[in-house]
Ligand binder design. Structure first.
Ligand SMILES: [Zn+2]
Length: 611
């Protein structure tokens, strides 16, 4: 569902620094600060230029190593990639710690913004004490490995990893088996609790040394507004969405009750193991249990792709032509030469789809084990969204070669995927005629189970961490706080009693790996806001879920205006360029799902709503 450029997900430092790269610039190590003398504006500028060039060079090196590691997994490629990454991370930490030295100066706007980005690029601020710094990075690596190695062994010699557990959660309809697997997976994080507690102490110490109240405040400060204002902003957006989510929740609950009987309460939270996903963050897998009888849209894109013999490369060509229809230039020849489109027969690769910009200029690549299915057709459009974004900002200074905030990069690809409508399929010759919109409830419902059901989960992962970092949640109530949030926002509950011996947040990758999560909530909101704005630019007057921006140069111009800004301006400027709005606005999701909301309310008549 949410892809990423692999390099950007490393645990210590944010996207900004990883994604930046020098074009042949000679970079030096930072000069030692001159003692006792106040720094000048010229020194500040030299410091920023130097940091930019050196980080960019290190980032290209890390990218190349990561590409080899991802497409040729062997012992040595993993070591080389980790070493290149560590060099980049250490340089980032070094610059973030030196930057506050220039805090008192009045700097030119561009230099000031870059200085800010250097300070905010960190996801983990290691304390100055070398022993503590070593301890916190070791803890981070240990927890991530622990998660990666996590397995539940229902029998002595039969162990399940997260892929196998994901498959069982998606396909099994046996509540006893689902509960067993759910419980089993939540044992893998129990040993992490003391590590996480210590990790929080040290990460907070490092964040305070950089002048932040705590690590959570450091994360929230990346959004061009005060940390507390950002927390309020997130609450406001959720407030716009809650009624729609509650309708979906009520409908799914009574349909699951038809299937599972009293295991599902009539008016309480839904048991977390019955929603088709180990975290209950995506309910697509229960679609067949909740879909109305007449929901068949009348065509099957996977069958069409098979019938037309569309192979992996041709699938990508369709995606490229989509962008071409908006006025974007074709992808460079090297994209076609260097990408990985199919799973090699004779070696291990990371199949998880990702879009790359190896030299941060024009060396764009896609890495994906493509199969000719509807899911992959959509994922290709999504991934190319990243690639076209990367190319659009490649003339900006290195530190600005990233999306306007971390929600934007994911949102662009998903925006394009929202335009894969029946009308688009007619235009590219896949369908003779678009089915009647009366058939759309099935399509909308399945999209809602994926995107709407995700929203509260996208919110609570960091709500929990913000509380932990701020000391509002303590080791004495880590798990209770987690379930309090999950019940309050998601309306789901554990089917078996939980205690503080459990550490359920640790059973989600992003917690032990220390990857901020609010970006996914923002991306879910922004993609609909972008889609609405671009559909208007394209002159679409029909229902929003039937609008495709394919072929609209007007929409392409607006999209490009935002993409080409990169990270050079605060995100409200970028949002305004594409949508005319300076605030994130969840009403676009409500517009998109308006026909579904009406239908859900009819279905829910006389049934309990809320929990
Ligand atoms: Zn993505």
């Amino acid at each position: 569902m949410m892809q990423s450029r692999t390099v950007l997900l490393a645990s210590v430092i944010g996207a900004v620094l990883f994604n930046a790269v020098a074009s042949g610039a000679v970079a030096k190590k930072p000069a030692a600060p001159t003692r006792g003398k106040a720094p000048t504006v010229a020194e500040a500028k030299a410091f920023v230029d130097n940091a930019e060039a050196r980080l960019l060079a290190l980032a290209v090196d890390a990218s190349r190593n990561a590409w080899v590691q991802n497409t040729y997994i062997i012992h040595d490629s993993e070591i080389l990639a980790a070493q290149a990454n560590e060099r980049l991370i250490n340089a980032g930490v070094e610059y973030a710690k030196q930057a506050p030295r220039f805090d008192k100066l009045k700097l030119p706007e561009e230099t000031a913004r870059k200085m800010r980005l250097l300070k905010l690029g960190l996801t983990l601020a290691a304390p100055a004490d070398p022993k503590e710094s070593e301890e916190v990075t070791r803890l981070a690596a240990a927890m991530e490995s622990e998660y990666g190695k996590g397995k539940y062994c229902p029998q002595k010699d039969k162990c399940l990893d997260i892929q196998e557990i994901t498959k069982i959660m998606a396909e099994s309809r046996d509540p006893a088996q689902l509960l067993d697997v759910w419980r089993g997976w939540h044992t893998i994080s129990i040993p992490m609790k003391p590590q996480y507690q210590r990790f929080v102490e040290l990460a907070n110490k490092g964040a305070r040394e950089l002048g932040f109240a705590d690590s959570g405040a450091m994360w929230r400060s990346k959004y061009d507004m005060p940390p507390d204002a950002f927390a309020k902003e997130v609450d406001r957006l959720w407030g716009q969405l809650k009624p729609l989510y509650v309708s979906l929740h009520a409908y799914v609950r009574w349909k699951l009750r038809e299937k599972y009987g009293d295991l599902v309460p009539a008016n309480g939270p839904i048991p977390a193991h019955l929603l088709g996903n180990i975290w209950a963050q995506d309910w697509s897998n229960v679609y067949t249990l909740v879909a109305p009888k007449d929901a068949n849209p009348g065509y099957d894109l996977t069958k069409i792709l098979e019938a037309k013999n569309v192979d992996a490369k041709e699938m990508v060509r369709y995606g490229e032509r989509f962008f071409g229809s908006l006025g974007f230039a074709p992808l460079p020849e090297t994209f076609w030469e260097r990408s990985l489109f199919t799973k090699p027969r004779d070696r291990e690769v990371v199949c998880h789809a990702s879009a790359w910009d190896v030299d941060n200029e024009n060396d764009l690549r896609l890495k994906m084990c493509i199969e000719s299915t509807v899911e992959d057709f959509s994922t290709i459009h999504h991934e190319l969204g990243h690639n076209f974004y990367q190319r659009a900002y490649n003339t900006k200074p290195g530190l600005f070669r990233d999306s306007a905030n971390d929600g934007f990069h994911e949102a662009v690809g998903d925006t394009i995927a929202l335009s894969i409508t029946p009308e688009y399929l007619v235009k590219i010759g896949f369908l003779d005629k678009a089915p009647d919109p009366s058939k759309d409830i099935g399509l909308l419902l399945s999209r809602a189970l994926e995107k709407l059901a995700f929203l509260p989960f996208g919110l609570i992962v960091d709500q929990w961490r913000w509380k932990v970092f701020a000391g509002e949640a303590t080791p004495a109530n880590y798990n209770a706080t987690w379930w309090d949030l999950r019940t309050r926002y998601q309306g789901v509950a554990p089917a078996v009693a939980r205690t503080e011996n459990d550490f359920d947040p640790g059973a989600k990758y992003h917690v032990p790996a220390n990857v901020p999560y609010t970006r996914y909530f923002l991306a879910a909101i922004l993609q609909f806001q972008f889609h609405r704005a671009l559909s208007q630019a394209a002159g679409c007057t029909g229902p929003l879920h039937r609008c495709s921006i394919y072929g609209s140069e007007e929409a392409g111009k607006k999209l490009d205006a935002m993409l080409s800004m990169g990270l050079s301006r605060p995100w409200p400027d970028a949002l305004e360029a594409i949508s005319g709005q300076r605030e994130m606005d969840a009403t676009a999701i409500r517009d998109y799902f308006a026909p579904l909301q009406k239908w859900l309310d009819e279905q829910n008549r006389g049934k309990p709503v809320g929990w």
